[in-house]
Ligand binder design. Sequence first.
Ligand code: GUN
Length: 292
Amino acid sequence: MTATIIDGSAIAQQIRDEMRAEVERLKASGTDPGLVVVLVGNDPASVSYVRGKTRDVEEVGMRSETLRISADVTQEQLLGLVSDLNQDDRWHGILVQLPLPPHIDEGLVTSTVLPEKDVDGLHPVNVGKLFRGERALYPCTPHGVKQLLLRSGHDPAGKHVVVCGRSNLVGKPLAGLLMQKAEGANATVTVCHTGTPDLAVHTRRADILIPVMGRPRTITEDMVKDGAVVIDVGVNRVEDASKKAGYRLVGDVDFDGVARKASAITPVPGGVGPMTRAMLLYNTVLAASRTV
Ligand code: GUN
């Protein structure tokens, strides 16, 4: 079998177009949606991610501001800043870019953002609502993966989904979303992780395989069932002297081999990444709509 490519960039564009219309509707009814991003330190990957996120926000007509904070900010100062932003009506969404420096407790910071402004979906209230099957702000990557499956014609209902990875940002909430008794979910979900003794035993049983490991090209052809749908969440830099930057991006999947076996597969880049960014727009619009 040779896989069809699931074009995340094209599906993300559809969502951006939908959000542009929603923003116009919100503005017409007197709400001017705004996202504030807190960026601590100068990590080049984070700086580049944040630049992309704010560019997307502005392109669909929303306001955004990035607050650049020195890496030696104290935890108390950062919590104070987040509390001020919670009270500031100009901002419907607050995003604190991760990772934070090691002297800051990320869990405490993400729990300090008001749940109704938590466009990352990381506050315990939003996490709890997700697992209870209630409407909430869901984390952008898991929600983006669900939308990618649905909009590419791969409804997970009744399918065996195998998620490889159990992070709070992606693996756990993705499993939580897809296991719900709800339209566009209703899958049987297996979660594999670093404590799983024989990963391939599980990956070979997947109708839909979703690696989120952060380990380049770990999922090989022999680990995938014929005809499986493969959604590669991994984004890894590997050295490549032929590139100007000296590296290129690859997923957790060995694309060429797995594409021979799968029925559909996402590329890296151009698969899940653009969907994560699109769902941030969706969450910011949702957060703004609730105040109308
Ligand atoms: N760092 C990497 N991914 C993310 C994300 O989705 N949200 C935040 N806040 N930081 C990140």
